[in-house]
Each structure stands twice: as C-alpha cells, then as structure tokens.
Design a protein around this ligand. Sequence first.
Ligand code: HEC
Ligand code: HEC
Length: 158
Amino acid sequence: MTMKKTRSLFTLLAVGIMIWEGCSKKEEPPPSTEGYSVNGGTTSHKNGSICMDCHNASATTTYQWVVAGSVYKPDQTTPAPNGILFFWTKANGTGDIISTLEIDANGNFFTNVSILPGLGAYPQLRGVSGDVKNMPVLATTGNCNSCHGVTDDPIWVN
Ligand code: HEC
Ligand code: HEC
C-alpha cells in the first residue's frame, strides 16, 4: 500500500516534469493548473456542466480533458473543494492505484493527461473530512458529468 502510494506519487511527479519540460519551450512557463487540477486551484469554471461537451478534440477549446467533472457536498449543490480522486484497478478501493487527481478550490477536477486505462478504472473519492466514496462499477469514460448530475446523482462527499 505504502509502496504503491509512493510509486503513484512518483508517476505524478514524472508526468509533472514531462509536462513542464514539454511546455518550457514556450516563452513563459504555464500556470501549474493548465494541464490538470490541483488542490487550491481556481482556473476552472462551469460546475456541473458536461465538461467534454466543449473540451473535446473536435471543439474549439484549447484544452481537451481526458478526465473531468465536479464534486459536491452532501446537499449535492454546494461545490466540495480540495478532495482527491484515486483510480483503482478493482472495486471499492482494492487492487492497485492507477493514478490520482486532485480536486480544485471550485470543486472541479480535470486533466489532459491520459490517466485512465482504455478499459476504465474504479473511481474513489476522498473528501477533506476523510469521508470516502467509491463508485461501485467501472468508469469507462473520464467524462464524469455525462452521467453524474444527468442520469445519476452528482458526485458528492463530505
Ligand atoms: C460551454 C463550453 C465549456 C464547458 C461546458 C466547460 N468549459 Fe472549460 N473552458 C471553455 C473555454 C472556451 C475555455 C477557454 C480556454 C480554452 O479554449 O480551452 C475554458 C477554459 C477552462 C479552463 C482554464 C484552462 C487554463 O488554465 O487556461 C479550465 C481549467 C476549464 N475550462 C475546466 C472546465 C471544467 C472542469 C469543466 C466542467 C466542469 C468545463 N471547463 C466546462 C469552455 C467550456
Ligand atoms: C456511465 C455513467 C457513469 C460515469 C461515466 C461515471 N459514473 Fe460514477 N457512478 C455512476 C453510478 C451509477 C454510481 C452509483 C450510484 C450513484 O452514486 O449515483 C456512481 C457512483 C460514483 C461515486 C460514489 C458515489 C458518490 O457520488 O460519491 C463516485 C465517487 C463516482 N461515481 C465518481 C465518478 C468519477 C470520478 C467518474 C469519472 C471518471 C465517474 N464517476 C463516471 C455512474 C457513472
């Protein structure tokens, strides 16, 4: 568990460095929230919308998110900032951690990095209070708000 956690942190770090190096050829370094959400970040918008309606390859947005969505408090209306998403190989926080993604200060999460395997992963949400919520079935798309808030309850946590 600790080893796996350490390894996934290393992966994140490696990805971070790759992004930084990839973008460092431009004139100015981009803000750290450009490629993926971080706790405390404020660059996102449009809570609850289906992010990939706009942020997709055929649209005119600059950024194409691979995984994106919104997280709410138990009232399912107030955004819940600064939790963390873990993506597991098996249901209910079992198997291996594939990747992690921090939720920003607006209660949104997003990344343009391919952090989900093609077959999908089991999302687990850990709120700032320590509350843990597991998605019981495989998420096969990173467009989380295409179900949550539409055909299913919004994603929520304490
Ligand atoms: C109606 C279209 C639309 C929807 C829906 C939408 N966005 Fe955006 N978003 C944009 C446009 C346009 C921009 C400006 C930058 C660009 O072209 O990508 C933007 C910019 C952003 C940025 C700023 C990137 C940066 O650092 O400059 C973030 C972060 C972001 N969106 C996240 C989200 C998230 C998360 C969702 C879903 C909760 C979402 N967006 C839904 C259209 C949309
Ligand atoms: C195909 C529809 C669908 C997609 C796409 C989807 N989910 Fe879910 N999710 C569900 C269903 C159904 C449940 C169980 C019932 C419920 O809680 O709404 C669930 C439950 C959850 C839960 C536990 C309950 C909660 O609200 O906290 C979390 C966390 C979650 N999903 C996160 C995600 C994340 C993150 C993504 C995107 C990577 C995602 N889901 C994509 C359908 C979906």
